[in-house]
Design a protein. Structure first.
Length: 327
């Protein structure tokens, strides 16, 4: 299969590229490199620097590489930034995505997998969250992801697109080659590890939630497990027929912030400097996704679901790349 991976120089995209190449697929990467890293693209994989919203780049690329399917990982993905700059998120996540769909239509590419987010659910009333839960995003980031899902659904109904959207919360861990290198970094596990490295305490946002230890519970998926789900969904679009498949990728249980901190201390062999702070506005006590549909339709379940595996692989990558991708 000839696959275009948008955002393939980013954290999730690069590990997904690794998995696709290992499975024998012919991969091309399209990435603006605004947040991605040229060094994350494997040797032998063509990297085209450009935006998914630029038809002068995307259309010719799809035709030249005779692309058969798209894995769409490119997106702006910081909640705080989306609140400050909603027009930017509208332009890149929605309008850019719609331009990608139009270019696919023009090139006759009929298969797409969208790396979405469980943020489309907002603050759900029940947990674990199922795919039938109402979509009520509480920030512009989640709303733009929801709206692109709707655009895919329209394209499936009107043009016979075979599409899948995978919704997940927190991605963690690293492969042996690629890991997490963001600026700014907003994810818990890399910030925990940074606190260990620098000695500067990290903040636990809220220790008075109605949970067993008072800290919020969140869902985590190992980045290599996510890459395997992307591969399974791409393969499924080749046989499922037109329409939009929706599946959550979750643990079904989740871990509290304090449990993550304690697990990291065990992995690195020393305490994690931290302080307790107030809750952040809008943070629900528990966010955990069901994975029953992913098991049923994709044959997927997390194989690296322990904190020891997620934190351990992230720590190993950081130790091997103390300056991130720029050594």
């Amino acid at each position: 299969m000839r696959v275009l991976v948008t955002g393939g120089a980013g954290y999730v995209g690069s590990v997904s590229v690794e998995r696709l190449v290992a499975a024998g697929h012919e991969v091309t990467v399209l990435d603006s490199l605004v947040t991605g890293h040229r060094e994350a693209v494997p040797p032998g994989v063509e990297l085209v620097v450009g935006s998914v919203g630029d038809p002068s780049v995307v259309g010719p690329l799809l035709a030249r590489r005779r692309i058969e399917a798209v894995l769409h990982c490119a997106a702006r993905s910081l909640v705080g930034e989306s609140v400050r700059e909603p027009d930017l998120y509208e332009r890149e996540n929605v309008e850019g995505g719609e331009a990608l769909l139009e270019a696919m239509k023009g090139a006759g590419v009929g298969r797409i997998v969208f790396s979405s987010t469980a943020a489309v659910y907002g603050a759900p009333e029940e947990t674990p969250i199922t795919e039938d839960a109402p979509l009520r995003p509480i920030n512009p980031y989640g709303d733009t992801k929801r709206r692109f899902e709707e655009a895919m659904e329209r394209a499936a109904a009107r043009h016979g697109l075979c599409a899948a959207t995978l919704r997940y919360f927190n991605v963690a861990g690293a492969s042996a080659v690629n890991g997490e290198d963001h600026d700014p970094e907003t994810h818990l596990i890399p910030n925990v590890l940074r606190a260990v490295e620098t000695g500067e305490p990290m903040t636990l946002f809220g220790d008075d939630y109605p949970t067993p230890d008072g800290t919020a519970i969140r869902d985590y998926v190992h980045v290599e497990d996510l890459a395997e789900a992307h591969l399974a969904a791409l393969e499924l679009t080749g046989s499922s027929g037109p329409g939009l498949l929706v599946a959550n990728l979750g643990s079904g249980a989740g871990f509290s912030v304090r449990v993550v901190v304690d697990a990291a201390a065990v992995v690195v062999g020393r305490p994690v400097p931290h302080v307790a702070g107030p809750r952040r506005e809008g943070d629900p006590p528990v966010l955990v996704a069901s994975n029953e549909r992913a098991r049923e339709l994709l044959g997927w379940s997390p194989r690296r679901g322990t904190l020891a595996e997620m934190i351990g692989s992230a720590w190993a990558w950081r130790q091997a790349h103390p300056g991130g991708y720029v050594q």
